[in-house]
Design a binder for this molecule. Structure first.
Ligand code: AMP
Length: 415
């Protein structure tokens, strides 16, 4: 028996209302803030990700689904949404539009992660990117979108963590200070952190191992080593978040798992923290577009996992709208009645009323059981007598009241 591949899942019809609910909230919030949708391909040249996400990140080192196509090109299933959007921005000359260009996406993301609750090998992300402006107003706007998005879904038990990790000017200075600090702890670091110390120093700060975490707690803070411009930018952002009444906590260990971030980084967590709890995160990436061959173009973005949102909607017991069920089931007995049923179903659908006929020659009793389990509002019953008389029985499933009605009047009546 084939099973869905480990770390992937089917979204069965029962689950779909949650997905429609989240998608509607995404469409609403994006419209409110003027973000337009972009869709990029499922796979890209592998180099796009190794170049931007960062050669020594977990994603590039361990998690990408990379394969050669029949032409020998190395391709990778999208492990995150930002680099493809930047590639599209450059490729289609979007710098010619008024800046910043504001975009959003919903797409599947593929990571060879260790599957567990809230962590899958294929998951879906909603992300938005504001490209072409370094103004901290934009940082506040993107954080505001994330914050209001969760609130609009009914997720209220969330917290915002904030940090600034500086820019090309001040980061190297900070990294030297950080390396000096860690030099005193090398023998206590986990194997991954020993490599990080050399290759990806900043990520020492967000190691999940308890012993490394303790060392990180007392590490020098990037926010204390910002250049004047970054410091001012970060202060302005905090001021604007105050204006927007968005509470935040400073978290000096927050650096995010991708290499391209500059200045602002942030994450949204549920208040009750679990291991796979981060609801969403983002930050500024002022050098990425230039790194990918575009003009120097500052930008900021945010992404969140839809499965984790749904887990939290369930955990918080948020009531979601129940979609309309089918309106009408047409039950019948005999071939002549079946023909009437087929015609009637077509007429109802043309009038915008959802309708099904039964199939498979079930007894009338079985057909009525089906009407019950489909939760239809009305059943129409056509037997041999009704065919002869040109009528049908209309049954209101809510109160079991029945009336006989001319078949020609049914569509109008049900409308
Ligand atoms: P990241 O690009 O790692 O910052 O991920 C953005 C968001 O996507 C996270 O905050 C999660 O909500 C979600 N996410 C990341 N990885 C996974 C995964 N393997 N399974 C499910 N959701 C994920």
């Amino acid at each position: 028996m084939y099973q869905a591949v480990r770390g992937t899942m089917d979204i069965l019809p029962e689950e779909q209302p949650y997905w429609r609910y989240v998608e509607q909230a995404i469409a609403d919030i994006s419209r409110l803030y003027g973000y337009r949708r972009i869709d990029t391909p499922i796979f890209e040249d592998t180099g796009l990700f190794s170049r931007s996400t960062g050669e020594y990140t977990d994603i590039v080192q361990k998690e990408m689904y990379t394969f050669d196509d029949r032409g020998g090109n190395s391709l990778t299933l999208k492990p995150e949404g930002t680099p493809p959007v930047c590639r599209a921005y450059i490729q289609h000359g979007l710098h010619n539009l008024p800046q910043p260009v504001k975009l959003y996406y919903i797409c599947p993301i593929f990571r060879y992660d260790r599957p567990q609750a809230g962590r899958y090998r294929q998951h879906y992300q909603f992300g938005c990117e504001a490209i072409g402006d370094a103004d901290p107003t934009l940082d506040a706007e993107v954080i505001d979108i994330a914050w209001r998005f969760y609130k609009s879904l009914g997720l209220n038990k969330i917290s915002l963590q904030l940090n600034s990790i500086g820019c090309r000017q001040c980061r190297p200075v900070y990294l030297t200070v950080l390396k000096d600090y860690y030099a005193g702890y090398t023998d206590q670091l986990c194997a991954d952190c020993k490599i990080r110390l050399e290759k990806n120093t900043l990520r020492l700060l967000d190691c999940k191992q308890a012993s490394c975490r303790k060392i990180a707690e007392s590490a020098p803070k990037s926010a204390d080593h910002l250049c004047t411009e970054c410091d001012e930018h970060f202060k302005k952002l905090q001021q604007y978040l105050g204006l927007l009444k968005i509470p935040f906590e400073m978290n000096h260990r927050l650096v995010r798992g991708l290499d391209y971030y500059t200045r602002t980084v942030f994450e949204i967590q549920p208040e009750e923290e679990g291991t796979q709890s981060t609801l969403g995160g983002g930050g500024r990436y002022d050098d990425l577009i230039e790194e990918l061959g575009g003009k120097p173009t500052p930008a900021i973005g945010f992404a969140c996992g839809i499965e984790r949102i749904i887990l939290n909607l369930k955990k918080e017991g948020v009531a979601i709208p129940v979609p309309d069920s089918l309106r009408v089931l047409i039950a019948y007995r005999g071939d002549a009645a079946r023909e009437e049923a087929i015609k009637l179903a077509a007429g109802l659908r043309q009038a915008g009323i959802s309708a099904v006929t039964t199939t498979g020659g079930k007894s009338l009793k079985a057909q009525m059981r089906q009407a019950n389990s489909l939760n239809v509002r009305y059943a129409v019953i056509i037997g041999e007598d009704e065919v002869k008389a040109g009528t049908a029985v209309l049954r209101d499933m809510a109160d079991a009241r029945q009336e006989t009605i001319a078949i020609g009047q049914l569509v109008e009546r049900l409308r």
